[in-house]
Design a protein around this ligand. Sequence first.
Ligand SMILES: [Zn+2]
Length: 465
Amino acid sequence: MLRVYNTLSHKKEDFQTLEPNVVKMYVCGPTVYSDAHIGHAMSAIVFDVARRYLEYRGYQVRFVMNFTDVDDKIINRANKLGVDPQALAESYIVAFRKHLEDLNVLPATVNPRATQTMDKIQSMIQGLIEKGFAYPARNGDVYFRVTHDPNYGKLSGRKIEDMQAGSRIEVEEEKEHPMDFAVWKAAKPGEPAWDSPWGKGRPGWHIECSAMNLAILGEQIDIHGGGNDLVFPHHENEIAQTECFTGKQFARYWMHNGMLQLQGEKMSKSLGNLVTIDDFLSRHEADALRMMVLNGSYRAPLSYSDGIMDAAERGLDRLRSGLKPASTSASGAPTDVRLALDKQAEATQQTFIEAMDDDFNSSGGLAGLFELVRTVNTARDAGASSAELNPAQDTLRTLTGVLGLRLGEKKASGGDADKFISLLVEVRTEMRKQKLWGMSDLVRDRLKELGVSIEDSKDGTTWHW
Ligand SMILES: [Zn+2]
């Protein structure tokens, strides 16, 4: 049975869905105001792996990931650049979708946007006001009344009194309580605004996700996911709004991924310590990023470094080695080798399911796959034919596919380096014409050390990585 760690209970729980065989899953997507970085990619990959595994286990997954397309950050950046905030958001949505495709993240069933959910947002705010859980203030904002929610703080484990004592939140006199938060913000000059019963304005960030959930997945969902930096206040406030509005439990399982760190700090735009997805993909294949995530535990922080990338790429090479075809001279492996191969394929499938059933333990799943690779490679060396290797290799392909690895041909390009290598090869050809053999051999040898092979023939010189 699948067990999932629930942030709400701080423990792994048996996974049981609201409806048989259907999983309603919502993951908080990015606020689209700048280039996405590999921390965003990590979160997308973590939930993509969970989703793929749930599908492998026979669930039909309704996967919703939103785009926050109206927000202070978007408005500030758009004003700085002198562009329309909606146009700015739209351009980053297009870019992010492309990134997800490059990263082999399955498309969501729906990608709702705050600006397209305005009716639901407003009706939810109205409902909260009618039930006494929210109030319009004199400044045109509408606030959620935290003191009316006896469960406020249950996800993050905070108590209202402690939050108040420990916080240095500026007391806004329009609020009844310093921890009250805006569900609707009155329009300020130069900001996009929508008409509402409380005057022109725009929604608060938290109510957007509550309303998008309600609009698409309904009052109750199975899994709500996001980065663990969202536990408080975002998810705490989502729970408060939704449960006060519906009177029902909102999400059954709250899953949070650890943060990707660079030099010991969370990768973020505000700290400036980030690697954009574009940067990353210009130097590495997409599988390498996924492998790095799979090697770790999704709930733990992950430190990005050259060392961890090398390990990921070595892991990929090992997995690929298991998929190599039988030798052309293969004449069949001895019986014991063939039996060992079949046995290992079965054992690996079992290990994989056991590991992944334990809160999506992907590194445990990979350990099983490496065992299978070793057995396949041994069998190939012992002369196993394609027919003998095929079933085990199919298992390998299926299970790496469940993890979302593509394992295609290794990217055979050095990007920008290619044109400089071509130039060096051209210069070397000139050297050879002038019979500078020592120099030309030196160029060849040094390029070889960098992984570039040169072949001279009567038709000229070619090179490849
Ligand atoms: Zn959200």
